[in-house]
Design a protein around this ligand. Sequence first.
Ligand code: COA
Length: 184
Amino acid sequence: MYIQTARLVLRNFIDGDLESFLAYHNDPEVAKYQGWGIPYPREKGESFISYMKERTAPKQGDWTQFAIALKEKDELIGDIGCYIKDDDARQARIGFTLASKHWRKGYISEVIPHLLEYLFEDMDVHRIVADCDVENIASYRTLEKLGFRREAHFVESYLADGVYTSEYHYGLLQREWRENFKGR
Ligand SMILES: CC(C)(COP(=O)(O)OP(=O)(O)OC[C@H]1O[C@@H](n2cnc3c(N)ncnc32)[C@H](O)[C@@H]1OP(=O)(O)O)[C@@H](O)C(=O)NCCC(=O)NCCS
């Protein structure tokens, strides 16, 4: 994977990403709506990078994550991932994270369309879904701006740190993206 946008690079993880990866995984603001829990141990980061850095293409039944780096310095600022359903290679789920000091700069909206293009056009995916906590405004606004449709509101459906939280589920079809959002 190597895609350049105006300000960013979407690429495979490299060993040199470890410190930045650990820093944002251990930031309570970033981890607030994510499932990984903190403290996020160094060994977990090392094994994640060593597993993911060899991944050349999404694999069915597993998350595949790519690094988001600033183009000028090749500094890791976040990651973006997709999960291809194990029983249907034309359905995918996406997820995304940025280090908090890089929020509100439009980076995530710059990079996600490239992942959508890759999944919808290169992999001929039919449908992409994403879900988020109902309080995660930045996440659902990002999805809505990219054309995702809110399809469900599950009430107190997800147990996080002993509390049942509510979720929005979003979906986008290949034909909808081609007709209304591709290249925008
Ligand atoms: C989700 C995430 C990648 C969004 O990145 P970001 O740089 O903050 O996104 P943007 O600045 O492009 O904001 C996206 C939209 O949300 C809005 N938004 C962002 N933060 C907001 C807030 N705290 N309150 C209200 N709106 C907010 C922005 O205004 C923008 O909408 P607009 O273009 O209509 O104005 C980032 O917040 C993040 O990494 N969060 C932690 C990890 C996470 O929760 N990932 C999603 C898991 S489902």
